[in-house]
Design a protein around this ligand. Structure first.
Ligand code: TYC
Length: 115
């Protein structure tokens, strides 16, 4: 066992005399970042074909999937187009609204946190 030299006037540390170091193990858990779903809303005026095009161009859906999502929105009133980080989700909403406005359609789009 290693021994420390005895210096005059300084007692070597002995267990339990207050010089014992206690190492605490702390576990830091970082929550995963919150995710946001982009939701398209139904209306009576936006052409179905335009919604399918938006889903293909802005949400990278193939034509079949885009058509299914569009029909779900048409029937149920709303539908999820994708799940993203907050910044990307907000950008997608802006892109949908700008594109719809530019083409004269009232298509509405929102983003909401995923539970
Ligand atoms: N309901 C529209 C129509 O009958 C189609 C539509 C689908 C509009 C989805 C918006 O998010 C939407 N032309």
């Amino acid at each position: 066992m290693a021994t420390s030299p005895n210096l005059p006037g300084i007692a070597p540390p002995t267990p339990g005399d207050g010089d014992t170091a206690v190492l605490e193990r702390t576990t830091q858990r970082t929550e995963p970042p919150r995710m946001y779903q982009v939701v398209l809303l139904n209306d009576d005026f936006t052409p179905m074909e335009f919604v399918v095009w938006v889903l293909q161009e802005l949400f990278n859906k193939d034509r079949e999937t885009a058509t299914q999502i569009m029909l779900k929105i048409h029937i149920e009133g709303r539908g999820v187009c994708g799940v993203f980080s907050r910044d990307v989700a907000n950008t997608k909403v802006e892109q949908v609204l700008q594109t719809a406005q530019h083409n004269g359609h009232p298509l509405q789009c929102v983003c909401e946190p995923v539970e």
